[in-house]
Design a protein. Structure first.
Length: 311
């Protein structure tokens, strides 16, 4: 019998990395609600600064410095790619922090329901990825659910649109980027760090830095923002480089599902029956996609076993 195919392993690990990242992002409201006493702009700056610190520690522990020598020869494309990804992730972080602490967890979850559709669109238009008929069907059902959620909101879902487009485009840039997950995050945070440090210094000079007068528990939570940010981002970029954007798009429904449940059940944000109907449509889409993938996998395994069986 032939040995197992090793090329299947990166796909499996990529799926695991991405799914775990989305679970962590899904429970983010629990963390950011604890920081409600701090202005969203300071939380964003603290997050940038402490993420930089965490990344530097990881690079030192892993002795991953060789990539720095290639930055000078990377050309304008590398710098522009990571400058764009840094801007996009800062927009995404800032919008999300504000929406959670302003009581818009459900609106934020809507953004991440839309996000997979953006990823699928970018995968098809930019990377030329092809979807099977059942996958298109799943995307269509999910799109119907997203439209339902948007209609129920009664206004243009600008929070959701900003979150979806910023992170969907960020995912595309990180997938095609030449640096690895940790190195790429290091470069992004290095580009953002001077702005974060400058803003925190300005707040401190004007006596408006919450970190300076906050209780130790709140300071500890702000210090943890680096690890809270870095871990799921590293998992996400590791997964994004191993699996198609279409599969990444479906896995992304994990995060908004958890966020929606937290917003509706824990924080008591209004959840009309029509909004629940839209949520149900998205779960149906996930079921279709998952069932189709499982069926194809089992069919492929069965055919492989038949081919390997002795005559």
């Amino acid at each position: 019998m032939a040995p197992p195919k090793t090329q299947d392993r990166p796909v499996s690990s990529g799926t695991l990395y991405a799914a775990l990242a989305y679970v962590l992002w899904g429970i983010f409201p629990l963390y950011f609600k604890l920081l409600h006493a701090v202005d969203a702009s300071e939380i964003l700056a603290q997050r940038m600064a402490w993420t930089m610190a965490v990344v530097l520690v990881l690079l030192a522990l892993l002795r991953r410095w060789s990539w720095l020598s290639g930055l000078a020869s990377g050309g304008a494309r590398l710098w522009l790619t990571f400058a764009a990804s840094a801007v996009l992730i800062s927009i995404n972080w800032g919008t999300y922090i504000w929406s959670v602490n302003a009581g818009h967890v459900l609106d934020a979850s809507l953004g991440y329901f839309i996000n997979p559709l953006v990823s699928v669109m970018l995968g098809a238009l930019v990377l030329g990825e092809r979807l099977r008929p059942a996958q298109w069907g799943a995307i269509a059902v999910a799109a119907a659910g997203v439209v339902e959620l948007g209609i129920v909101a009664g206004a243009p879902p600008w929070i959701g649109l900003v979150l979806a487009t910023s992170f969907g485009t960020y995912g595309l840039l990180r997938k095609i980027a030449s640096l690895g997950p940790l190195e790429g995050l290091a470069l992004e945070t290095a580009l953002l760090f001077p702005f974060a440090l400058g803003y925190l210094g300005w707040l401190g000079a004007h006596g408006e830095l919450a970190f300076a007068s906050a209780p130790w528990t709140l300071r500890a939570l702000l210090l943890l923002s680096g690890a809270v940010t870095a871990v799921p981002l590293l998992l996400f970029t590791a997964g994004a480089r191993r699996i198609p954007l279409a599969q990444l798009g479906v896995l992304q429904y994990i995060a908004p599902t958890l966020q929606w449940l937290l917003g509706a059940l824990l924080y008591g944000e209004p959840a009309a029956p029509a909004r629940i109907a839209g949520f149900a449509l998205i779960w149906i889409a996930i079921a279709i996609y998952t069932a189709e993938g499982a069926w194809r996998h089992s069919r492929g395994s069965s055919q492989a076993s038949d081919a390997e069986a002795p005559a």
